[in-house]
Design a protein around this ligand. Structure first.
Ligand code: BGC
Length: 418
C-alpha cells in the first residue's frame, strides 16, 4: 500500500515537473558586452537567478568596452531577421529599435512590479516607447571618476589632483619618479569618455548640455570647447607607448598593480578593483575627475527584448525583466559592477564608500542641475551624432590637428550627421 502511494506521488511529481518545464522554462539568448573580470562576475548573477527559475541562459557576449562592437553585431543579426531574445541597448537608441517595430512590450511585468514607482522618472521615460515599457534598466554608472593608486602618488611625492592644473603638476612628478602617470586605453570610446569629463570640468553642466546633449554648433565650435580639447591633449605626454588600442580593464590593471598612478574612467572600473579584492580608501582612491566634483555624468545600462513567438521564450523574457529590478539582483549586481542601483529606496548598507558617494552625488546633482547624460556612452544623442563627435575627438587626439580645427570640425561633422 505504502509503496503504491509513493509510486503515485512520484508520477504526479514527475508530471508536474514536465508540465512546469513546458509551461514556464524557456531560453533567453542575451547579447551583452560584459566580458571583463568584474563585468562577467556581475552578469553571472542574472544568469543564476534565471536558471533557478527553470530558464536557460544562452550567452551572447561580444567583447569590446563601451559596446560599439556589440551594437554592430546586434544590427547584423536583426537585419538577418534573427535578433537575440534580449540585448544590452541604452538611451535614445531604444527609440530607434522601437521605430523598427521589433520590441516586445513589458507593460504587464512593469504594472505587476510597479516600475513606475520604483524608477526615477527620467530613467523610466527612456525605457518607454510610445508610452509602453520596452526596456528594463539595470543600474546607474557615473562616468566622471578618477581611480588612483595612493602608493604611487606617495612614492612620487604627489597629491591626487582635483583640478586639471593640479593634474599637470602631479603628472610631472609621477613621470619623474619613473611611473606612468595615466593608464590610458587608446580606443575611440575611451578617449571620448575622458573628453566628456573634461568638457564638464572646463565648461560646467550648462555648457556640457549645449555642446554634447543639444549638439549646438555654437557650443561645439567655441573658445570653451577649444580649451577642453587642449586639456585633453595635455594628458598625452603622461601616457605610455602601449596606450593605443589598450582595453579599459587592462588600463585599470596598471593602476591596481602600481605601474600607473591613475585612470579616468566610469565606475565599472571599480568592478575590477573589487574583483581583485582591493579596498577603497586604503588600496585605491576614487575621486571625481578633476574639476567635476558637483557633477554626475550618468550612464544607465538597460536591456531591450525582441518579440518572440515561442511561449517559453516569452516567459523567460518576462522573468528576466522582473528579476533585473528585484532587490536581490539590484544589490548583488551593483555591488560587483561598481554602479549604483537604479531601483529607488534600496538599502545603502551593502554598498562601499565610492558607491555611497555616488548615490549622494546622484541626488545632489539632480537638485543642482549637475546631472547630465553621457554622450560617449550613448545616453545623450543619437548614434550618428555620437559617432561624429567620437571620430573627431579621436582623430584630434591621435594627430597633430590643432584644438581650433578640431572644434570647427566638431561643429561641421555634427551638422552633417544630423
Ligand atoms: C557600459 C558599462 C560597461 C562599460 C565598459 C559602458 O558603456 O555602460 O556597463 O561596463 O561600457 O564596457
Amino acid at each position: 500500500m505504502g509503496l503504491k502511494l509513493c509510486k503515485r506521488a512520484l508520477t504526479v511529481m514527475v508530471g508536474l515537473c514536465i508540465l512546469s518545464t513546458y509551461a514556464f522554462g524557456g531560453e533567453v539568448e542575451v547579447l551583452h558586452w560584459w566580458t571583463s573580470g568584474g563585468e562577467a562576475k556581475s552578469v553571472a548573477v542574472l544568469k543564476d537567478l534565471l536558471e533557478k527559475e527553470g530558464h536557460t541562459w544562452k550567452d551572447f557576449a561580444v567583447a569590446g568596452g563601451g559596446g560599439d562592437a556589440a551594437m554592430t553585431v546586434l544590427k547584423s543579426r536583426a537585419v538577418a531577421g534573427n535578433p537575440p531574445t534580449a540585448a544590452q541597448v541604452k538611451g535614445p537608441q531604444i527609440q530607434l529599435w522601437g521605430d523598427e517595430g521589433v520590441l516586445a512590450k513589458l507593460d504587464d511585468v512593469a504594472r505587476a512590479e510597479k516600475w513606475d514607482e520604483l524608477l526615477p522618472k527620467v530613467v523610466a521615460d527612456v525605457m518607454k516607447y510610445e508610452g509602453s515599457y520596452v526596456a528594463v534598466p539595470v543600474n546607474v554608472h557615473r562616468i566622471n571618476w578618477m581611480w588612483a593608486n595612493p602608493e604611487v602618488f606617495r612614492k612620487a611625492g604627489a597629491q591626487p589632483p582635483t583640478t586639471w592644473e593640479q593634474f599637470e603638476t602631479a603628472a610631472k612628478k609621477i613621470k619623474d619618479a619613473g611611473f606612468i602617470p595615466v593608464a590610458w586605453g587608446g580606443q575611440p570610446w575611451q578617449e571620448a569618455t575622458v573628453f566628456e569629463m573634461i568638457v564638464a570640468a572646463v565648461g560646467g553642466p550648462d555648457f556640457y548640455q549645449s555642446a554634447l546633449v543639444d549638439a549646438d554648433a555654437g557650443a561645439l565650435n567655441s573658445p570653451t570647447m577649444v580649451k577642453a580639447l587642449e586639456v585633453l591633449k595635455m594628458i598625452k605626454p603622461y601616457t605610455d607607448k602601449g596606450a593605443p588600442g589598450r582595453d579599459w580593464n587592462l588600463a585599470t590593471a596598471m593602476v591596481i598593480q602600481g605601474k600607473a598612478a591613475m585612470q579616468f574612467m566610469g565606475d565599472w572600473a571599480k568592478g575590477e578593483f573589487t574583483a581583485a579584492g582591493k579596498m577603497p580608501g586604503a588600496e585605491y582612491v576614487a575621486m571625481p575627475a578633476p574639476g567635476t566634483s558637483g557633477q554626475f555624468l550618468f550612464n544607465v545600462d538597460s536591456f531591450i527584448m525582441f518579440k518572440q513567438k515561442d511561449p517559453g521564450a516569452q516567459e523567460a523574457q518576462k522573468a528576466m525583466a522582473r528579476l533585473i529590478l528585484q532587490p536581490e539582483f539590484q544589490k548583488v549586481f551593483n555591488v560587483n559592477k561598481g554602479s549604483i542601483p537604479v531601483r529607488l529606496g534600496m538599502p545603502r548598507a551593502p554598498f562601499d564608500d565610492p558607491a555611497l558617494r555616488s548615490m549622494n552625488a546622484f541626488v545632489a546633482s539632480a537638485a543642482s542641475g549637475g546631472l547630465v547624460p553621457s554622450m560617449a556612452h550613448e545616453m545623450a544623442v543619437f548614434p550618428a551624432t555620437r559617432g561624429a563627435i567620437v571620430d573627431v575627438v579621436t582623430n584630434y587626439y591621435n594627430s597633430d590637428m590643432s584644438a581650433k580645427d578640431a572644434a570647427a570640425n566638431l561643429a561641421s561633422e555634427v551638422e552633417a550627421a544630423k
